[in-house]
Design a protein around this ligand. Structure first.
Ligand SMILES: [Zn+2]
Length: 261
């Protein structure tokens, strides 16, 4: 498998193997609490491994113009998202599939296929902003936690009460290896997560000085390509059904960003 994102899915098994902490955390960017079973250290470990595998599996581009474009756009969005206080790495993968990803810990990967699809920097900003939003919002960890919690509600409860993982919980966590992979970054995000990422993403775009209305244009282009029988890889993990686009359009209009776009 040459797709780095697909590889990343496997490494989420390390989330299951890593220390499990149950807790509700308030996410300021989302304005809501999240139930998270994985702590930052476990997430960072999984991201580290995923990044290594992505670099090993993909063909890293040396195209200076392409790398500079990604860096130029991503840096503005990172500042807008309040994440400029840490070092970031930007890599372009020689891959015709339109896709991009952001990993916790400051890593951004963009395929050449997406750079071709996103005709303007505003449109590239739409995808990177959306991916940054998923990362800021801890969506992968939340999805993993929710599913794991329903599977092991009892054990997790015991672990939370006791402050330590019971042998049963440890066993259950280990058993999640396979499930963890299925729940990895390859899994489609829920409608709620997509809407949150769409809104946060265009917020970042506006703050960074990009035209948020171009996000709609980019997702429509993707949807059109999908209708043509060659769905961009991005769509397999980020469903772009009509309702999602309609919701985004409503949000853009409510912020007065459609006319400006
Ligand atoms: Zn998404």
């Amino acid at each position: 498998m040459r797709n780095p994102v697909r590889r990343i899915a496997r490494t989420t098994t390390t989330l299951a193997a890593a220390g499990v902490l149950a807790g509700c955390a308030y996410n300021e960017d989302l304005g809501r609490s999240q139930f998270l079973l994985v702590d930052d250290a476990a997430l960072a470990g999984a991201a580290e491994q995923a990044w290594g595998e992505a670099l090993g599996a993909g063909k890293v581009s040396t195209n200076r113009a392409a790398i500079a474009r990604v860096e130029r756009v991503a840096k503005r969005l990172i500042e807008a998202a309040g994440l400029g206080d840490r070092p970031w790495q930007y890599v372009v993968f020689e891959d015709p599939q339109a896709n991009a990803f952001v990993l916790p810990g400051g890593r951004i990967g963009v395929n050449t296929g997406l750079l071709a699809l996103a005709r303007t920097d505003d449109q590239l900003a739409a995808v990177i902003g959306h991916e940054l939003a998923h990362s800021v919002a801890n969506h992968a960890a939340e999805r993993y936690s929710q599913t794991a919690a329903t599977q092991t509600a009892l054990q997790v409860g015991q672990a939370a009460l006791g402050g330590r993982m019971s042998p049963q919980t440890a066993q259950a966590a280990a058993a999640f290896g396979g499930l963890g992979a299925q729940l990895g970054l390859l899994m489609p995000f829920s409608r709620r997560h997509e809407l949150e990422a769409d809104r946060l993403g265009v917020d970042y775009m506006a703050r960074a000085g990009y035209r948020p209305g171009e996000a709609l244009e980019l997702w429509r282009t993707m949807a059109r390509e999908g209708a043509g029988g060659r769905p961009p890889q991005f769509l397999s993990t980020h469903p772009s059904e009509a309702t999602r686009l309609a919701e985004l359009e409503r949000y853009l209009a409510s912020r007065g960003w459609l006319e400006a776009g």
